[in-house]
Design a protein around this ligand. Structure first.
Ligand SMILES: [Zn+2]
Length: 313
């Protein structure tokens, strides 16, 4: 019950390929030299968005410039790492994205392009967006209330008053494909989701709780189903604003559903045949393409999920 082997594509947003080279973050001389090096590449991040452009051959790319084209004043530099060719990457946090640099550049967020960019560029964007979210919401010291300043090339905020160092936070969340003894999958619809949108259940890990306990508690709270065995599958950074999604397969030990009505409006057990029919008729809408939820469901289903009208094709 492990692995996401239903398709061969890597899970969106979890890409690798850049060495974060964290040992350079405190080295101002190295950072200054890297910043001005002609092969260095910089992209602007603002409000969770970056500029992308679509290439003539149908790919989507980050708009990146050499660092010497990127003004340093009144901005925040995040050092993101070095690729296998030795190219250094920075993100530049600004209050607004620059005006369109050419006719094809357009602003885009992670939900839109996280699954379209190359693995390397998607990884850079996730890193930059996660740092920016944290920086924006942690401007003041949580110990003494003073305004903090950025250090370590975007990876620390330091308090000049009390000396505290604050690190980017990541909030663990669990997301689970719950199945019963007949191998049906349990999907729910959140109260604010449109009619027909079903996905795996999910929730935040609470203080003093193991992630396995969080899986069992969330399923019990949201739909009243008891869960026994819990098996970790994979994780996905989810910087909306600062989560880490921990994906599980979980086995139900009861099947009667009682939705809480606060988070989950409706929940149902689906066999593979029932889910395929529901997708094909449009009765059920598939989950977001980049989310690990889709991959958990796909892994249980055994092959890529059918879309609306698939039976007619
Ligand atoms: Zn302080």
């Amino acid at each position: 019950m492990t692995g996401l082997d239903a398709t061969s594509q890597p899970l969106a947003l979890t890409h690798q390929g850049v060495d974060r080279a964290a040992h350079h973050r405190m080295d101002e001389a190295w950072l200054a030299a890297a910043w001005s090096h002609p092969t260095t590449r910089v992209f602007v991040v603002s409000g969770g968005q970056v500029l992308v452009e679509d290439t003539e051959d149908g790919r989507t790319e980050l708009v990146m410039t050499p660092a010497f084209d990127a003004p340093e004043t009144e901005t925040h530099r995040y050092f993101l790492g070095i690729d296998p060719e030795g190219v250094r990457y920075f993100a530049l946090q600004k209050d607004a994205l620059p005006g369109r640099m050419d006719a094809v550049a357009r602003p885009a967020g992670l939900r839109e392009v996280g699954g379209l960019l190359s693995p390397l560029e998607a990884g850079l964007m996730v890193h930059a967006v996660a740092l920016e979210n944290w920086q924006r919401m942690h401007r003041f010291c949580s110990r003494c209330g003073e305004r903090t300043v950025i250090a370590a090339a975007g990876h620390i905020r330091r308090c000049p008053a009390c000396g505290a160092e604050h690190y980017p936070r990541t909030d663990p969340a669990v997301i689970m494909a719950v199945t019963d003894e007949d191998d049906r999958v349990l999907l729910g619809r959140q109260v604010h989701w449109p009619e027909g949108r079903f996905s795996t259940l999910a929730g935040f890990v609470e203080p003093g709780e193991s992630i396995e306990e969080a899986v069992r508690r969330e399923v019990q709270e949201e739909v009243g189903v008891a869960v026994g065995e819990v098996a970790y599958v994979a994780s996905q950074p989810w910087p909306f604003p600062s989560s880490l999604m921990l994906g599980f397969n979980a086995r139900a030990t009861s099947t009667e559903i009682t939705v809480d009505g606060e988070e989950i409006h409706e929940a149902r057990w689906f066999s593979r045949d029932e889910l395929r029919a529901a997708f094909e008729s449009g009765e059920v809408l598939p989950p977001s393409g980049i989310s690990i939820a889709a991959r958990l469901i796909e892994s249980w289903y055994g092959k890529p999920l059918p879309g609306p009208g698939a039976a007619a094709r």
